[in-house]
Ligand binder design. Structure first.
Ligand code: FMN
Length: 206
């Protein structure tokens, strides 16, 4: 974002090189004094980007402070391609507020979905009905988590699968395993099969 001419040249090259639609993800600027997200958005649109996602922080802000949605709103107002708002959306109410404030065409949810993949149906339900959907029951959480972990084992294999599963299990259980004792035990397990058995045992006893 510090080099808009370079952005333009990269976007042009990529869009020219492929037959599929190209989308772009950006932040609101390089740092708070150089919030040039709007300029980048216009470059994107002018050069054939089909959809733009914007994280409401600058590069220098990393993950500090709160995301701001003013710049996303400005970008949405200024360009005609779909704009996806992103940053710090963790509840259905926030999702609605951000959609209304920015007038964005969609939302991107990152960390709010870690260990809570049902957030998308919760947001959808709230947007459609104005009511909060009840959280999933224990047995549904068990089944979602076990399927997720089994898929990770299959995708990443016997060594990396169980390792990658650890961080996801950590996110799923962070609210209930408050003394971290289960996660400590779980993180010592190397085998995928034993991970599944141990998770089943955990859900049996809670
Ligand atoms: C584990 C993780 C991986 C990410 N990887 C990428 C990435 O590859 N490219 C990218 O543009 N942003 C990446 N991000 C940033 C997110 O897309 C998003 O912009 C940021 O987390 C703010 O949204 P959130 O508050 O909903 O998490 C990543 C974020 C997380 C937490």
């Amino acid at each position: 974002m510090q080099y808009p001419e370079l952005v333009e040249s990269i976007v042009k090259s990529v869009v020219g090189a492929v037959k599929i639609p190209v989308t772009l993800k950006t932040r609101t600027g390089w740092d708070p004094d150089n919030r040039n997200g709007l300029e980048i958005a216009k470059i994107a649109e002018r050069n054939g980007i089909q959809c733009l996602a914007v994280h409401g922080r600058t590069r220098a802000c990393m993950y500090k402070g709160n995301a701001e949605y003013h710049t996303i709103r400005e970008i949405k107002e200024a360009i005609s391609i779909p704009v996806i708002a992103n940053g710090d959306i963790r509840t259905p109410q926030q999702a609605k507020e951000v959609l209304e404030f920015t007038n964005a065409d969609g939302l991107m949810i990152g960390r709010g979905a870690q260990g809570r993949p049902w957030i998308f149906r919760e947001v959808d339900h709230f947007l459609r009905t104005g009511h909060i959907l009840a959280p999933p029951e224990k047995e549904e959480v068990r089944s979602i988590l076990l399927e997720h972990v089994a898929n990770l084992h299959q995708l990443y294999g016997d060594v990396m699968g169980p390792r990658i599963a650890r961080k996801h299990v950590g996110w799923y259980l962070e609210d209930q395993d408050t003394d971290r004792s289960f996660r400590k035990l779980f993180n010592g397990i190397e085998s995928g099969e034993v991970q599944i058995e141990t998770l089943n045992g955990y859900f049996d006893q809670i």
